[in-house]
Design a protein around this ligand. Sequence first.
Ligand code: SF4
Ligand code: SF4
Length: 209
Amino acid sequence: MAGAGEPAIEVMVDTSKKKKGGYILIVEGAIPTAKDGIHGVIGEKDGKPMTMKSWVETLARDALAVIALGSCAAFGGIPAAYPNPTRCRSVGEVLQAKGINIPLVNIPGCPPHPDWFVGTVASILLSGLPKPEDLDEHGRPKAFYGQTIHENCPRRAYYDENKFAKKFGDPGCNYELGCRGPITHADCPLRLWNNKVNWCVGCGATCIG
Ligand code: SF4
Ligand code: SF4
């Protein structure tokens, strides 16, 4: 079981002091920024609530790099959608607002595939930080997000021949059922999910992006 509560916070603070410039800060979730972030509190410091916003601003400064894990951390996700009363922001937006210029890798997905995360961390440990050419224009590793779902979909031949499924379970491309594979960058058709059991279109659903 992962650490929680005070011991986890102690390890986090201790690491940031002892390993300055040598740790990776991994952030999950969009960051509430309204009312100086009070809608998202993670533990306390000196008896006062610490907001997610202040943790990120504090810990990112001395990190080697920051990983924004999941669509909310990477792009704001559902919490940042209108009307966004807690003024949720992505990690990148929060760092930019504070002028914190630190390497940032976005690993979006709802959820992100475990391989995308572990593969990114392993790559940093083995080969160092990604070079600019390793990331796309949204800060995502091209190794995992370099192609669209559509490019590798086994139903692609149906799409090219304009053979579209009219209801779930039909043979054909699921585009008219709402598939967002043409505009979604990820390697699900090749990597599959749940220990390579299947993936969304493979089990008859659509890619929801
Ligand atoms: S099912 Fe979706 S990803 Fe597959 S070919 Fe059709 S539109 Fe593209
Ligand atoms: S196929 Fe689309 S909806 Fe399914 S996990 Fe991959 S990116 Fe997400």
